[in-house]
Ligand binder design. Sequence first.
Ligand code: BGC
Length: 481
Amino acid sequence: MATPGSSRASLPQDLRHEIQKLEEQFSTDAAKLKQITDRFISELDKGLSVEGGSIPMNPTWVMSFPDGYETGTFLALDMGGTNLRVCQITLTDQKSEFDIIQSKYRMPEELKTGESDELWEYIADCLQQFVDSHHADKSTIEKLPLGFTFSYPATQHYIDEGVLQRWTKGFDIAGVEGENVVPMLEAALERRNVPIKLVALINDTTGTLIASAYTDTSMKIGCIFGTGCNAAYMENAGSIPKLAHMNLPPDTPMAINCEWGAFDNEHAVLPMTPYDILIDKDSPRPGQQAFEKMIAGLYLGEIFRLVVLDLHNKEHMFLNQDMSAFKKPYSMDSSFLSAIEEDPFENLQETYDLFNKMGINSTNPELELIRRLAELIGTRAARLSACGVAAISKKKGYKTCHVGADGSVFNKYPHFKARGAQALREILDWPEKTNPRQEDPIEILAAEDGSGVGAALIAALTLQRVQEGNLAGILHLENFK
Ligand code: BGC
């Protein structure tokens, strides 16, 4: 069976040899994927144990799925890798319906590696602007409950705290790792007198899980395949040995933010190429996020850049061409690879133009190699992602379910969904479909808005459970009155 979106054409001998080498390096056959999935399952278990492992498996204190009848008005703040978004969400009386108003703010690149204070001041400014423009008379409003989507690994002893374990996605701001970020945000809001009370700090994956389950009760896993990659699912307290001291009834639901980007930090099973090793070595956090660095949008273009530069340096391609456009780390994002994979022309005219704009004149064989390389990088990312989904499904015994996925790679990268679905089929040994329109037993589908609606739902569910007397994992009870 042909792989979705694969291409092959005639090439001169020496580039063909290079392609063959790349194909070997980037290949992930079914046996390898099964081996990775098996290890993934045991690493998920290890993360839940008292000793812990590479995958953090963070309990989130999100303790139920929504039933569609949640109500109320909430603010949601999403501090993603690229944008900052502030929303006001009203969950209406109509089942699974909501109204949303939102503003997007650019996340200035320098903030990602700047000072902690600058980050919180900037975020508080955006929240203040939003509240000012939507609530003219601030003095009369009660404090608005906020769900803060902070999409980095955070330890949560409570739902209204988050101790940053480590920055990911290229962020590197001193003085935040090991600290609870909630008081940092609150202090900046207090300085401005913004009437907001934080009721839940959430991860984008947990938001995705809850927002997706709001409209589709078959949703069992929430995933992000974007600048970073990760997943969340609902566990039972009784299967989380590291929470045993809390004495929760064993069947209590507890959403787990896996932080699976850290899978195989010990480099035991992932088929790393020399380029992956280089990316890791030159990143702000070497040794961290091994899985993420092979899959997530932040890294796909960088892997491509490193391969092309290496082939040029070894005099296999782009001889005597000015490669200065390829010299700057992280100058190619995953949309560059998407454009190459989407080139509809047999002669790869659009790819030629893309390189031409960077001052590089490519020959046909070079274009063929570029296209194949983009396919290899994109296919490997999709197939490895499927191992994580398969691992959670196998661990939980889900034979059929829906998985809600969001993020730029999932939504925009060509063939990512089809390649992921094909890999799931190989890992889980599903029989061939008899009817092409038939659903797969486990389907990865586009999710609802996790960091907006999901954050609001989690705030609503938390207020609701506190009112019902479930005070587990609540630090500042006064904010829930
Ligand atoms: C972060 C996760 C997040 C994922 C997707 C990763 O780098 O560690 O917390 O869910 O990116 O945004």
